[in-house]
Ligand binder design. Structure first.
Ligand code: AMP
Length: 649
């Protein structure tokens, strides 16, 4: 492969688009293949792209086995929990053993190639073992974020139809135990599909009653398989490695389906060209395995690159002794000589509330760059952390669907300056364009706002389809721009004269709370289920800390209740509890306010943007289509009314 470090990024990028097969043939050499691919990209049935057809490989082999020979004793997985005060480093050889033990257990529970294994776990090492073990035996993992409530978990169980669920007694957050088992039992009760077995890691944090015949404890099974020798199952490059659910504009979660070979190559290439990985160094992503960043850059990416990956359970502001400590991450950077760190703007905004001196308490000389993604990175936050750490802060824009960055700076190819407020330029393989939402025409002149779309084929590593719903994949992502078959990101953006993109927010009803993507429809459907609620609108409102928060405006069946502060307080509490129970705390609205009518157009469409503007104290804009101007006044009044307190009631 030519030395990418000497070529210009513009040439590198052009080749990835104009000479696609040659470009990706070179990238494919970054991983091990059992059988090399026969065809680099099959795009005979757009928009479905099949990468590295005919090749066979294995994600777990590339993440673990191939490093065991070269560096068996080098650290592979460093697990740290400031919640339980525990730290443990697994070398590549030890990780190899643990993954085989887990794989043997899954096989003993009847898991076969292609079967789904749902992982509902806190940030424990066993969660990574389970993911890698699935990849090892060709099973498909479906990780569901541990913070999700029973209702959300049940809908994912029904969609994924797992043979086995891997879970634990509990997670911990801020010193509080969150029992998982009752949530899981309730979810299985609610779901139509019944998993055959549940494998449970007992952390001794919460009671763990077992369902006879279904539930199995991990520890005794592990002891039974201490010497397990489970070879990697060589699978086709196009074999599904996992599904991961993400929010869209409908209540039904979408299972983003990922392949094996394309994903392995995409991650290996990104580790080299974007994250400048060096084997033997340590990568620390503060995300969670429940999110795409956790899949790509806690578990697979760093390991594929031969790096140690630091997996952290806990808050950024709580030390290993359980005492408040906003420098805990930097203590870990020092201790484990982290070179590359990945986090989210929200987390930095949390740290920004503390004195910048915390960033200087520890020796951070190992750290070379901090990558931030998941939501817009505002300039003051970027400036603060950049000044504090003295390393490049690299914004990167991507989605669960893409699996790796769409826009950023590929410093591993050519060092280029970042611009505050811009995630950067299109990454190799992504033919990113801006189009007019109405005409579908591409905008070529700079500084014009358009919808960010990607011309097919999507590069390796991106979603293959919606799990078991090809039609939804085509209709949702590829058919929304008139006259064009292009992938819609549903983000607004613009490109400046230097080719840097700026992301200007979502073009659909998805909101972004602390880097987590939520569909407003999902929350609306949940709230509408409350017997007193006649109608509800949920929208994202700018928030200094979380980027956005959800605000709910509800019309009650019995309008008189809205006039009674005690009833309002009670109903707001009940609705919050409902959202907590069905969707989880992440989806809980900041406020639920009650109005007599919602602002709508004459054709009955909710004027979300006008409501959002009012909530953010901005001008509501063009209101010619508004049916009843009193509706917006009601929103203003509801916002201005003092929050009822229990005493007032
Ligand atoms: P998710 O699939 O949960 O990762 O959410 C993806 C969405 O988050 C994107 O479509 C954007 O709306 C937003 N997003 C992710 N990264 C960035 C970024 N660097 N700048 C602005 N928005 C971002």
């Amino acid at each position: 492969m030519p030395d990418s470090h000497t070529s210009s990024y513009a040439d590198f990028y052009r080749r990835s688009i104009d000479d696609r097969d040659a470009f990706w043939t070179e990238q494919a050499a970054l991983i091990d293949w059992q059988t090399p691919p026969q065809q680099i990209c099959d795009y005979s049935q757009p928009p479905f792209a099949r990468w590295f057809v005919g090749g066979t490989t294995n994600l777990c082999h590339n993440a673990v086995d191939r490093h065991v020979a070269a560096r068996p004793d080098a650290p592979a997985l460093i697990h740290v929990s400031s919640e339980t005060g525990s730290e443990r480093t697994y070398s590549f050889a030890e990780l190899h053993r643990e993954v085989q033990r887990m794989a043997a257990i899954l096989l003993s529970l009847g898991v076969q190639k292609g079967d789904r294994v749902l992982v509902y776990m806190p940030m424990v090492a066993e969660a990574a073992f389970a993911m890698l073990a699935c990849a090892r035996i060709g099973a498909i993992h479906c990780v569901v974020f541990g913070g999700f409530a029973a209702g959300a978990l049940a809908s994912r169980i029904d969609d994924a139809e797992p043979r086995v669920v891997v879970s634990a007694d509990a997670g911990m957050r801020g010193g509080k135990v969150v029992a998982y088992k009752p949530l899981l039992d309730e979810a299985i009760r609610l779901s139509q599909h019944q998993p055959e077995s549940v494998l449970l890691v007992d952390r001794n944090l919460a009671p763990l009653p077992l369902v006879q015949g279904r539930d199995h404890l991990y520890a005794p099974l592990r002891r039974q398989y201490l010497d397990a020798d489970v070879p990697c199952e060589w699978v086709d490059a196009t074999h599904t490695s996992y599904t991961l659910y993400t929010s869209g504009t409908t209540g039904k979660p979408k299972g983003v389906q990922r392949d094996t070979g394309g994903y392995a190559v995409a991650l290996a290439a990104s580790m080299r060209h974007i994250f400048e990985a060096r084997p033997g160094e340590t990568y620390f992503s503060t995300s969670d395995i429940g999110w795409v960043v956790g899949h790509s850059y806690i578990v697979y990416g760093p390991l594929i690159a031969g790096m140690a990956t630091l997996m952290y359970e806990g808050l950024p502001t709580r030390g290993m002794d359980g005492e408040p400590d906003p420098a805990v991450w930097w203590q870990l950077v020092e201790k484990y000589k982290v070179t590359r760190m990945f986090s989210a703007p929200t987390a930095v905004r949390v740290l920004k509330k503390y004195d910048v001196a915390h960033l200087r308490k520890h020796d951070l000389s190992s750290l070379k760059a901090l990558y931030l993604a998941g939501e817009p990175l505002d300039e003051p936050t970027a400036q603060w952390i950049s000044d504090g750490l003295g390393v490049p802060i690299i914004d990167n824009y991507w989605q669960t669907e893409s699996g790796w960055p769409i826009l950023t700076i590929a410093n591993g190819v050519e060092k280029k300056p970042s611009k505050f407020g811009s995630p950067g330029v299109p990454m190799y393989g992504f033919d990113v364009q801006l189009v007019d939402e109405v005409t579908g025409l591409s905008m070529t002149e700079p500084n014009r706002k358009g919808v960010v779309v990607i011309e097919g084929p999507l590069p390796p590593g991106c979603m293959q389809t919606v799990w078991r719903d090809d039609q939804r994949f085509v209709d949702t992502y590829w058919r929304s721009i008139p006259g064009r078959l292009v992938y819609n990101t549903f983000d607004w953006g613009l490109r400046d004269q230097d080719g840097y993109f700026f992301i200007l927010g979502r073009s659909d009803d998805v909101i972004n709370v602390a880097g987590h993507r939520l569909g407003t429809r999902e929350i609306e459907e949940c709230i509408s289920g409350h017997p007193q609620v006649a109608e509800v609108a949920v929208l994202g409102v700018a928030d200094a800390l979380k980027g956005q928060v959800a605000m709910a405006f509800a019309v009650l069946r019995d309008g008189r209740l809205a006039a009674d502060p005690a009833a309002r307080l009670r109903l707001e509490g009940e609705i919050m509890q409902r959202v907590d129970g069905q969707l989880g705390g992440v989806a809980r609205p900041a406020r639920v306010l009650f109005v007599a009518l919602l602002p709508k157009t004459r054709s009955g469409k909710l004027l979300r943007r006008a409501m959002q503007a009012v909530c953010e104290g901005r001008d509501a804009g063009d209101l010619t289509t508004l049916d009843d101007p009193a509706a917006l006044d009601q929103i203003r009044d509801a916002l201005a009314a003092p929050k009822p307190t229990p005493a007032a009631g």
